[in-house]
Design a protein around this ligand. Structure first.
Ligand code: FAD
Length: 212
């Protein structure tokens, strides 16, 4: 079996990454989170997921476009944030909604117009579950099942705080270190690490330094 991909963070970004790698490519993953449970901030999301020009909008005769979504986002950001990322968000988030609907059977069929938006484009499912909880529990269910039946394919390590990315003399990543809840340090050797630890997109310094 190939080296695992270590995914740091079990919010929506981490769970999406893990599902894509495992489901589509059968690549082994190790999901690590410093928290005691899965979901990060994603599990708290209470309004829904934004997307422009989605099939649900079309069905409900709402005219929207990536250009309008971008305009609204830039206006609300008031000079903060990164415009190329806002452009990416505006153009591609309908694909994220369709992925959740097609791969996981999530309805995401209710639309709301929240502050800053010119049209209704925040999607959640009709029913009682808050959207973050619904999405996180659906995406983690498949991974939790595999973690029990195929531990070589999926491992989920909670209460594990990543403290270091190990790099060799050629600046190649060779592993990560994390601390368990007793404060003991462990190392996982791999050259594949994906950061899904939240907050990155907001920090212009980190974007400039690590992903110019
Ligand atoms: C109350 C609330 C309501 C919200 N409502 C909405 C909404 O309705 N719609 C919307 O679009 N957005 C909403 N948001 C924002 C949204 O939740 C976040 O933008 C989104 O969850 C980010 O997802 P993520 O996967 O990048 O990060 P997160 O879900 O935050 O996941 C990051 C994970 O990384 C882990 N981590 C961090 N550092 C380390 C480390 N060193 N080692 C190991 N693990 C680490 C964290 O413990 C966490 O579990 C809301 C946020 C909050 C707080």
């Amino acid at each position: 079996m190939s080296q695992p991909v270590v995914i740091i963070g079990t919010g929506l970004a981490g769970l999406s990454t893990a599902n894509q790698l495992v489901k589509t490519h059968s690549v082994p993953v190790i999901l690590i989170d410093k928290a005691a449970s899965i979901g990060g901030n994603s599990i708290k999301a209470s309004s829904g997921i934004n997307g422009a020009h989605t099939t649900i909008q079309e069905e409900q005769h709402i005219t929207d476009s990536p250009e309008l979504f971008l305009k609204d986002t830039v206006k609300s950001a008031k000079g903060k944030g990164s415009e190329p990322l806002m452009d990416k968000l505006s153009k591609d988030s309908h694909l994220a909604i369709e992925w959740l609907q097609n791969e996981f059977d999530l309805k995401l069929d209710l639309l709301a117009q929240l502050g800053g938006h010119s049209v209704p484009r925040t999607h959640r499912s009709s029913g009682k579950l808050p959207p973050g909880f619904e999405i996180v529990s659906t995406l983690s269910k498949y991974l939790k099942g595999l973690a029990e039946t195929k531990p070589d394919l999926v491992k989920i390590q909670l209460d594990s705080k990543v403290t270091e990315v190990i790099v060799d003399a050629e600046r190649q990543v060779t592993g990560v270190q994390y601390q368990d809840k007793e404060g003991e340090t462990h190392t996982i050797y791999t050259s594949h690490v994906v950061f899904c630890s939240g907050g990155f997109g907001f920090s212009k310094d980190m974007l400039k330094r690590y992903a110019p």
